[in-house]
Design a protein around this ligand. Sequence first.
Ligand SMILES: CCCCCCCCCCCCCCCCCCCCCC(=O)SCCNC(=O)CCNC(=O)[C@H](O)C(C)(C)COP(=O)(O)OP(=O)(O)OC[C@H]1O[C@@H](n2cnc3c(N)ncnc32)[C@H](O)[C@@H]1OP(=O)(O)O
Ligand SMILES: NC(=O)C1=CN([C@@H]2O[C@H](COP(=O)(O)OP(=O)(O)OC[C@H]3O[C@@H](n4cnc5c(N)ncnc54)[C@H](OP(=O)(O)O)[C@@H]3O)[C@@H](O)[C@H]2O)C=CC1
Length: 515
Amino acid sequence: MSMIAAFYDNKSILITGATGFLGKVLMEKLFRTSPDLKVIYILVRPKAGQTLQQRVFQILNSKLFEKVKEVCPKVHEKIKPIYADLNQKDLAISKEDVKELLSSVNIIFHCAATVRFDDPLRHAVQLNVTATQQLLHIASQMTKLEAFIHISTAYSNCNLKHIDEVIYPCSVEPKKIIQSMEWLDDAIIDEITPKLIAGRPNTYTYTKALGEMVVQEEGSNLNVAIIRPSIVGATWQEPFPGWVDNLNGPSGLIVAAGKGFLRSIKATPMAVADLIPVDTVVNLTLAVGWYTAVHRPKPTLIYHCTSGTTNPCNWGKMGLQVLATFEKAPFERAFRRPNADFTTNYFTASYWNAVSHRAPAIIYDFYLRLTGREPRMTKLMNRLLRTISMLEYFINRSWEWSTYNTEMLMSELSPEDQRVFNFDVSQLNWLEYIENYVLGVKKYILKEDMAGIPEAKQHLKRLRNIHYFFNTALFLIIWCLLIARSQMARNMWFFIVSFCYKFLSYFRASRTLKI
Ligand SMILES: CCCCCCCCCCCCCCCCCCCCCC(=O)SCCNC(=O)CCNC(=O)[C@H](O)C(C)(C)COP(=O)(O)OP(=O)(O)OC[C@H]1O[C@@H](n2cnc3c(N)ncnc32)[C@H](O)[C@@H]1OP(=O)(O)O
Ligand SMILES: NC(=O)C1=CN([C@@H]2O[C@H](COP(=O)(O)OP(=O)(O)OC[C@H]3O[C@@H](n4cnc5c(N)ncnc54)[C@H](OP(=O)(O)O)[C@@H]3O)[C@@H](O)[C@H]2O)C=CC1
């Protein structure tokens, strides 16, 4: 019997960010392994014209939850959506709902965040710092609370090369940052942002670091723990391999590469690709919830959930395996044939951007205009290149994260818990994982049917022929222009033609002799 699974039986659990990538997998695993849990409260906001109930219904009816429905048929009754908006004061939770949460919640998993790299500091502080502070304030009044688990990121201190499982203080205290956001205007905030984030590439990593400080300071009277995952990717094993449903991290780039939009990237092939499967993060999170509630470790423990120390993979290897999977199962209606050129040189990268990305987009838009359609490729390409420029920081560096606490926790688990809540990535086979990841992107993000693979392969063949035809035509045009203008080019051309002629004559003569 799993001790961790039994621990969550009969518990009331509060999850923020349950509609996100990590939150959904966390809920799924909880329901599947502890179907006798009492209730899961989730803080949700209405979105894209959907009410809270509709959002929950959509999640529960997705493929991710198929197994849950078998194990826990009453799952609909055990999930309670609570209206909340982390952008608003006191999270906009109604008084009645707060009252219910205060009297019943046993465990909190705080996953909600803005993960955008381009968020203005004010918004990122509101979501990742102020909302965390307000949630801690509510948590501190909960009478039955046993543990508060905060999800941060391994990159909260990406300004350092070696990162230990400790909190590194930021130069300005979070409280002061929160206060200053109340009276500073946007223009001034934009001006001071680069100075505040000092050494970090974006407001996301900075505000996640501030969020950790808030958890440490304001959660001192609670049982808190912080989990720092690296780049969270598709599921490795559970509930099935390759599940992914958003475009963050590598997923968006896999789409862009598979569809032939992205063919080269400024990335260091030998840099560690510190991916971590989402189900591994969830297993660690649930184990940490149990350990924090039962053992109440002091001081606050931080757990790194990374792969680079135990089982490193690099971007070069990942790129090759992604391409190999495209060969087996290409994405449908690709714009160009997939390719993955990794370059570390700024000038080579700019050259390939112009030749492989911008030029084809301009030509395609020209074709769209000629055929009376609205041009869109240049706009899409600009957006993609902007996205790439924001990810470049992470694919040209390697970090080392110590994992003492994570290893300690593993040693505390029973053999059964080590199996059910496995977070040992040394067992992960990267080639298999990446292949399943790419197939998952095809199936669950692009919603492409595997039956369409032969047609997709045919399409790629057509693209290859167009590519050869286009290159030959381009070469001939340039060459003819050169011949018209340069004596040297003309001489070279005559030399090559006469050389080919002589070679063919020799070849023909030797064949005649043989006969
Ligand atoms: C040569 C090729 C090689 C190929 C081989 C390929 C594999 C090998 C290489 C792999 C290298 C992996 C590197 C990962 C590094 C991650 C490091 C993370 C470290 C920290 C980890 C964390 O701790 S934290 C979580 C990470 N946090 C994010 O990862 C958010 C980032 N991201 C944004 O911060 C915003 O994304 C940003 C960018 C502002 C744009 O913002 P933006 O406004 O321009 O665009 P949006 O994202 O809003 O998307 C607007 C609309 O475009 C749609 N769309 C978006 N991408 C699309 C796409 N690729 N194809 C089709 N459609 C797409 C989308 O569905 C929207 O559609 P709609 O408008 O209809 O809703
Ligand atoms: N994905 C990754 O690679 C990594 C993620 N992390 C961390 O893991 C956690 C979860 O990330 P992930 O699941 O990938 O992110 P997602 O963007 O998929 O999910 C974010 C969640 O936060 C919710 N949220 C955002 N804004 C608000 C708001 N104003 N009010 C209420 N809810 C809100 C979203 O709700 P809604 O659906 O309504 O938008 C969603 O449920 C985050 O803390 C992130 O920092 C850490 C390392 C890597």
